[in-house]
Ligand binder design. Structure first.
Ligand SMILES: C[S@@+](CC[C@H](N)C(=O)[O-])C[C@H]1O[C@@H](n2cnc3c(N)ncnc32)[C@H](O)[C@@H]1O
Length: 259
């Protein structure tokens, strides 16, 4: 689970970094969503960056979103009310849960796990187990499972340190708090896992500094391993780079369950 998103200010920050889908991203999901037979499930739906515009463009389709962060789901709710109107919760059901523990009460024509969220499954065996569960217990026959994940650079992953600084000052519209620096360090074991350590330094209105530290471990899985794992789960899979535009190293897998 990514603890950082439990914090309302950092949930807000996510929306500043990703205000809208990348080129081709929405269209890639929409292409499958409009053909899906049955409801659609987004794992790690976050603040609804993808789910809300998809639901708005497919008003006859039911959506479920699962996320472990209430702060992110609260943001989704506000966007859904705005985009879909007061009856939004008849079309969209939100589930505050981890994707590992969520037991669906219906089967889906499409399920998706976007923007690197597959990393939150932490180990290769968790990822394999999850793919099997989606195939066997989540999708309808003929259903499609979409995963978008950035190709992880290989070794050395030891002591590599990346430092990113947010524009200063970035002022939160409600609290007036300025979000200060963000430091990201990556370490891990080549070919197996990486640990991303993030430090957020938030400057309070009285000038005092609040430091928040999070670390997330994620498995390093390459393209052929994803194909193999999806195959073991029973899927028939195709992959395109950069949402079919080939403009980035985002690997976009469309895995279909036999009809
Ligand atoms: C990077 S955000 C992506 C949100 C959304 N998929 C998007 O593309 O805009 C990752 C989301 O995954 C959620 N998350 C992380 N681990 C999770 C888990 N194990 N179960 C459910 N949600 C999780 C976080 O709370 C966060 O909202």
């Amino acid at each position: 689970m990514a603890e950082q998103y439990q914090n309302a200010l950092l949930a807000w920050e996510f929306d500043q970094i990703y205000p809208e889908p990348a080129p081709g991203e929405f269209d890639w999901y929409f292409r499958y969503a409009r053909k899906a037979v049955g409801p659609i499930l987004e794992y790690c739906c976050g603040s609804g960056r993808l789910l809300v515009p998809l639901a708005a463009d497919l008003p006859g389709v039911q959506f479920d979103g699962v996320d472990s962060s209430l702060a992110m789901l609260n943001r989704l709710e506000v966007k859904a009310q705005y985009a879909l109107g007061p009856g939004w919760n008849k079309q969209v059901k939100l589930h505050h849960n981890t994707i590992e523990d969520f037991i669906p009460s219906r089967r889906y024509g499409m399920a998706f796990l976007g923007l690197n969220s597959v990393h939150y499954l932490q180990t290769k065996s968790c990822v394999q187990g999850f793919f099997c569960m989606v195939h066997d217990a989540v999708l309808r026959p003929g259903g499609v499972f979409l995963i978008a994940v950035k190709e992880v650079p290989e070794p050395p992953f030891v002591g590599v340190e990346l430092v990113s600084t947010l524009k200063d000052p970035v002022v939160h519209p409600i609290t007036g708090t300025s979000v200060g620096r963000r430091l990201v360090a990556v370490e891990g074991k080549a070919g197996e896992y990486a640990i991303v350590k993030r430090t957020f330094e938030i400057t309070r209105r009285d000038g005092s500094l609040r430091t928040l530290r999070f670390s997330t471990i994620f498995p390093i899985i390459n393209k052929s391993e994803y194909f193999e794992m999806l195959d073991v789960a029973g899927f028939d899979t195709e992959m395109s780079l950069g949402y079919g535009l080939g403009h980035s190293d985002m690997m976009c897998f469309a895995a279909t369950k036999a009809g």
